[in-house]
Design a protein around this ligand. Structure first.
Ligand code: SF4
Length: 497
């Protein structure tokens, strides 16, 4: 049996980093971890091939080879997925679909032959058993939550890792918190399930064996959801890993309460973590109460971010506008917060209601839903009828992007960040690729771009005051260029300087 694992293309979004990837000569941010894990669950004797549309196009020869297509993706990949499925079906190939997009929206995909929904450890085996007996049904749904101790090592050998900027690994699923707009708890539960130390070690070894030497993203929605097991199982493995195979750097997603635990922050940086994404959402306490983000309430969030920066963990932040509690002043408050905190990667979105969340149910009951959520956090759209005047909300949202990604404010923020940030003990090695990216950035942004004045000022200041941070500063400038290009797509009249 020839199985083609198919991953749809990402549109140009905030997280696609398409404009930044050109500087490092990569084609995509991260390989499809879920699909490669599913590939490892298929019968060993089946032939498997991966086509990630973010790396290369799908050829007629691929389709002629395939006897079965397995497709997965996220909501933001919806349009590409639809086109791919139509193409597979017109080539006469059976399509099996699973993953977040299909689990939440299967009713919009009439052409799919079989759906394997929810966690694959539970829904895939019954499908495979029926398929091999020639009696596969259309729907297979996971009931309950999978035992992640049964999750196999992803088949990394299917992916051409040379084309990715980073790669992924998962330690836990689930989150103990219950933010009402988030579908993580609906999908994975509130009791984090963690893999064993041996599983993590085996996954790291597989990455190393397949030639990976770059940064690794722990895709967990909240890596510190189960601190006890993180400290007991994961951190010792990573410490040993650094000794045996390092240096590797890691990034992940956590909740803000990491800032309350200085020992854990230190332990994380010692094993190689250097970046954490945190859903900060809003500096407004009543909006935090509205969305049940209790862990962020009544705190000095700027001081929390500074503590993380001091510890050597760069914070990337998620921000949301469009809560019912938001007052017109929220836009300036968000700008002030982002600027003051020194968060360089600020993902600012409008509140969207994702099926399966409490917010979705609440908005549905109030007849405030319009269409579907796009799954793109930074496209300025929402499927919620806001309580604030729609025009005011749209303009306020655009003002935030226009301000925080303008060269003046972005470079000003970079200086704040560099002043606060203490270099972690494990650092990304300075490879030839990074040096070339720096040269290209200097050419593109230092000579050809309108931001050249700010670029040279940054280069001079960082060389004088924070020389060790120069590679990181250039990397952030490259990312800022991408964020600016994405913001420009949303702002009529373009960005300010
Ligand atoms: S802390 Fe993050 S992952 Fe957990 S429920 Fe809230 S938004 Fe979701």
């Amino acid at each position: 049996m020839n199985v083609l694992m198919l991953y749809p293309e990402f549109p140009e979004t905030f997280w696609s980093l398409k404009h930044a990837l050109r500087f490092v000569r990569k084609r995509a941010v991260i390989p499809p971890l879920g699909l490669l894990t599913v590939a490892a669950m298929l019968p060993q004797q089946w032939n498997k091939r991966l086509v990630d549309l973010n790396i290369r196009s799908l050829s007629n020869a691929d389709l002629a080879w395939a006897e079965l297509v397995m497709i997965s993706g996220m909501v933001v990949q919806r349009e590409s997925a639809k086109a791919l499925i139509a193409r597979c079906k017109s080539a006469g190939v059976t399509v099996v679909a699973g993953g977040p997009l299909f689990t939440s929206e299967y009713e919009y995909f009439d052409l799919v032959d079989h759906f394997v929904l929810g966690e694959a450890e539970l829904s895939l085996p019954p499908f495979l058993a029926d398929w091999q007996q020639g009696k596969a049904q259309r729907f297979y749904r996971a009931r309950g939550f999978a035992d992640v101790h049964t999750t196999p090592v992803p088949l990394w050998e299917l992916a051409d890792l040379r084309y990715y900027a980073c790669t992924g690994i998962q330690f836990s699923r689930g989150c103990p918190f219950d933010c009402d707009f988030c579908n993580v708890t609906a999908m994975f539960g509130r009791r984090p399930r963690t893999k064993t130390a041996a599983q993590v070690r085996a996954e790291l070894e597989a990455l190393h064996r397949n030639g990976w030497r770059g940064s690794i993203f722990f895709v967990d929605d909240n890596l510190i959801g189960n601190k006890r097991e993180l400290k007991r199982d994961l951190l010792p493995v990573l410490a040993q890993w650094q000794k045996d195979r390092g240096p590797y750097t890691f990034n992940t997603q956590v909740s803000i309460n990491l800032a309350d635990d200085p020992q854990l922050m230190t332990a994380m940086t010692e094993v190689g973590f250097d970046t954490v994404f945190i859903g900060i959402e809003t500096p407004d306490n009543s909006s935090l109460a509205e969305c049940s983000k209790s862990q962020n309430r009544n705190r000095n969030l700027v001081a929390d971010v500074q503590r993380l920066h001091n510890a050597g963990l760069q914070v990337q932040g998620g921000f949301i506008v469009g809560f019912d509690s938001d007052q017109p002043g929220i836009f300036q408050r968000q700008i002030d917060f982002i600027q003051k905190s020194g968060i360089m990667t600020a993902m600012v979105g409008r509140l969207q209601a994702i099926p399966g969340t409490r917010l979705y149910d609440r908005m549905k009951e109030a007849h405030r839903l319009v269409g579907s959520a796009t799954g793109d956090n930074v496209d300025g759209t929402s499927n919620i009828i806001p309580s604030m005047d729609a025009q005011e909300l749209r303009q306020g949202y655009q003002t935030i992007l226009k301000t925080i990604y303008s060269p003046r404010q972005y470079y000003r923020r970079l200086r704040i960040f560099l002043k606060e940030y203490h270099a972690p003990p494990v650092r990304t090695p300075l490879t030839l690729g990074r040096v070339l990216a720096g040269i290209l950035a200097t050419w593109r942004l230092g000579f050809l771009s309108k931001e050249r004045f700010y670029y040279w000022k940054m280069l001079l200041w960082t060389s004088l005051h924070r020389p060790r941070h120069l590679p990181l500063a250039i990397q952030l400038v490259i990312c800022g260029y991408h964020y600016r290009r994405i913001s420009e797509l949303l702002i009529p009249g373009g960005m300010t300087q």
